[in-house]
Design a protein around this ligand. Structure first.
Ligand code: GLC
Length: 719
């Protein structure tokens, strides 16, 4: 029920004042400088000083004192005393930076994920931030897309659990509470399926695929209580998401019952024109209003067209009032009418930012996000004594925050070199060629430096090689056609390999890179992603065995770009390849295996786990059970992954789908029995058409194991 004071405000506001309340601008337009890089094109905006007094929300005030001053000025100038809403991109931490979301998803530790958001919310709330544009719930299958770093990966189940826990961490039970912020989940919908992995490119998904793989994660965000949703740049069935009535009215509001606020992405209303679905700003505004978009981010067609549209009977003022009411109710639900500053507190902000508790939390999440991809001859964990070589552009770099680093500061990051030396003061570390991130891009010749590095590292049998992609090559508008390491880095690895060194390659990247050659030349491969402030400490924890690596991939690593898209929950096709040698009229490549280099769910431990005894333990409750034994002499954490396959149904079903996972700690030699209860929700799917999932009886394969390509299975008939 809308409160009378809100209805009264709407009644008193002019149409232009309502349109301004539905407009979101960066601090620049409020006479402030932009705290962080602006996240989109700054086109020409048509607005005047009077309009600014009525603007409803600001995008990106990352400074407590500055926001207090801005809010105070706004309240003095706004004749209705309506407070400003401050929204920012806090996606993996604000000042204490956690691993990029794709890395955190590789932890499969949902409590760790929640904790990261608790810390991010605490730092954001005292900074004067009310809402964060996070989590992103876009399913990704194409590492050429730079924004995979921001996604929870290729799987719908893992992605849904991830966004639920991020929202629980940010909002708690109520975002109005102290140290909490509201959530604007994004990008509705299917932005991660851009053709060719090229950002902002066309997305062409069938409604069935959309419902089966992409929409459930956004729905999980709605169920988790997100207070806002952001529309994506792309088209859905050739209609831009921002003006897509099926998506915003039928699905989001109708089927899912979402009653929060919908904001466009940056300038997306204006971009409806470029999409060729509006002749001009007026038509773009009319279609956005009709589709149910509430706030227009960083374009001003609502401001300049709504009054004309209503006057010409081309927009319904009652529809506009609905949006204004939703925005005012959101501000009221955050407590902003009672206290427009909420938790904003410059002193408290300085106290909590990067405090030891937050840094420790970041270190714990970071080490859980590291994935051990190869470890021949037990070359890892390292001894803390002796001599070891350290080379590569990420050896001493502190640029390991990855995209969307908010207020992260380079000076406060722990480099790999620093982490190693702190963890192993008696270890002699000979370092060479450790500078110049430029080497992470092609160009220049490093022959002399490689020769010098070989000379300097002559005493070392084992060398840590810290390589990867330039941190500014990951994130939005960072699509790439090559996923290879730069030629300089490849030359360094080749030279070390030909010199007979035991190579431990550590990969710093925001996406799966092409690592076939690295794999062949390295004794060990460690995926370090971009781990945030505590990167060096977390890597040292894993490399020395102070933490037994437990990370598992949330996204497949292709052997080559030519394989893309390669993902685990593929359809079988009518001519599946029966073995790698099978090339006769089957679905395969002449020059590559079908399987990825590293599959979804994969990751090594210093321990070794064995699965046995998978069975239907209880027919009544449809509970399956499997035994997992730690057959090594090292304690470890195993992520038991449960998959199903619907053998025959009215549509082709994936060869496997993750339906449950559980992390279990097993001491050396310990064995445990794990259970999974089969539910209708797990077994049902979206048939050819329709908005409801359906279960179809028949044979199902139930699988359990360490990762998607290492599973034990049974087949049961379910009805
Ligand atoms: C950007 C991004 C979106 C972000 C928004 C505000 O273009 O697409 O994820 O939250 O603009 O910065």
């Amino acid at each position: 029920m809308t409160k009378p004071f809100i209805l009264d405000l709407v009644k008193r506001m002019s149409l232009r004042e309502k349109a301004a309340q539905l407009t979101q601008l960066t601090p620049l337009y409020f006479g402030l400088d932009d705290d962080v890089d602006v996240t989109g094109p700054l086109g020409e905006k048509k607005l005047n000083a009077e309009d600014i007094k009525h603007i409803g929300s600001v995008l990106g005030v990352y400074d407590a004192a500055k926001f207090m001053k801005l809010q105070r000025k706004h309240l003095q100038e706004n004749p209705y005393g309506i407070p400003l809403l401050n929204m920012c991109d806090v996606t993996h931490g604000l000042r204490t930076i956690f691993p990029i979301p794709l890395a955190m998803a590789c932890s499969w530790d949902m409590e760790a994920v929640r904790q990261s958001a608790v810390v991010a919310a605490r730092e954001s709330a005292y900074m004067g931030i009310h809402i964060t544009y996070s989590p992103m719930g876009d399913v990704v299958r194409d590492p050429r897309w730079g924004r995979v770093m921001e996604s929870p990966g290729e799987d719908t189940h893992l992605g849904s659990r991830f966004v639920e826990q991020m929202i629980a961490g940010y909002q708690g039970d109520d975002p109005r509470q102290p140290e909490r912020v509201g959530v604007c989940f994004k990008h509705l919908a299917g932005y991660g399926a851009a053709e060719g992995g090229r950002d902002y490119n066309t997305v062409d998904l069938s409604r069935g695929v959309l419902r089966e793989y992409h929409l459930p994660i956004y729905y999980a965000a709605v169920c988790a209580g997100a207070v806002m949703a952001m529309t994506s740049f792309n088209t859905i069935e050739r209609v831009p998401a921002t003006v897509n009535r099926w998506l915003l009215r039928d699905v989001l509001r109708g089927e899912w019952g979402f009653d929060g606020v919908v904001v466009s992405d940056f300038n997306a209303v204006d971009e409806v024109i470029a999409h060729g679905v509006a002749a001009d700003g007026r038509e773009a505004a009319a279609k956005s209003v009709a589709a149910g978009l509430d706030i227009e981010m960083m374009s001003t067609h609502y401001l300049n067209e709504l009054d004309k549209l209503v006057a010409a009977n081309q927009a319904d003022e009652a529809r506009i009032d609905e949006s204004v009411i939703r925005v005012l109710e959101l501000k009221d639900n955050l407590g902003l009418f009672d206290n427009p500053y909420k938790d904003c507190d410059p002193i408290k902000s300085e106290e909590v930012n990067l405090c030891p508790t937050h840094r420790q939390a970041a270190r714990e999440v970071a080490r859980k996000s590291i994935v051990l991809l190869k470890n021949d001859d037990g070359v890892l964990p390292l001894s803390k004594r002796g001599t070891i070589g350290l080379v590569g552009p990420f050896a001493e770099s502190t640029k390991v925050l990855g995209g969307w680093w908010a207020l992260g500061q380079e000076e406060e990051w722990v480099s790999l070199n620093e982490g190693l030396r702190k963890a192993a003061p008696r270890l002699e570390i000979l370092a060479a060629m450790t500078g110049e991130l430029a080497r992470t891009r092609n160009g220049g010749d490093v022959a002399d430096e490689v020769a010098y590095a070989l000379y300097k590292l002559h005493p070392c049998d084992t060398v840590l090689v810290a390589v990867g992609e330039h941190p500014e090559d990951t994130g939005e508008a960072c699509s790439k056609t090559s996923l290879q390491l730069s030629s300089n880095q490849r030359k360094l690895i080749q030279a070390l390999s030909e010199a007979g060194k035991k190579i431990i390659t550590i990969i710093f990247s925001g996406r799966p890179l092409e690592l076939a050659e690295v794999h062949a030349r390295s004794h060990a491969v460690v995926q370090a992603w971009f781990l945030g402030n505590e990167s060096g400490n977390a890597l040292a924890d894993v490399l020395f065995g102070d933490y037994n690596p437990s990370g598992r991939l949330a996204m497949s690593f292709p052997r080559s770009v030519g394989q893309i898209p390669v993902y685990y929950n593929r359809l079988n096709t009518g001519r599946p390849q029966k073995s790698e040698a099978d090339h006769d009229f089957v679905s395969c490549y002449l020059d590559s295996a079908n399987a990825p280099l590293y599959p979804f769910g994969y990751g090594l431990s210093y321990a070794r786990f064995e699965y046995s005894g998978l069975k239907l333990a209880d027919e009544q409750s449809l509970t399956v059970a499997v035994q997992v034994e730690n057959i090594s002499d090292v304690d470890g954490i195993e992520t038991v992954q449960w998959y199903i396959r619907d053998i025959a149904a009215s549509v082709s079903r994936p060869v496997k789908e993750l339906k449950h996972f559980e992390q279990v700690s097993l001491s050396a030699g310990e064995k445990k029995t794990l259970h999974m209860k089969l539910t209708n929700e797990m077994l049902a799917f979206y048939p050819e058409t329709g908005s409801e999932k359906a279960f179809e009886q028949g044979l199902f394969e139930i699988m359990a194991g360490s990762h998607s390509e290492s599973l034990t299975s049974i087949t049961i008939f379910l009805k």
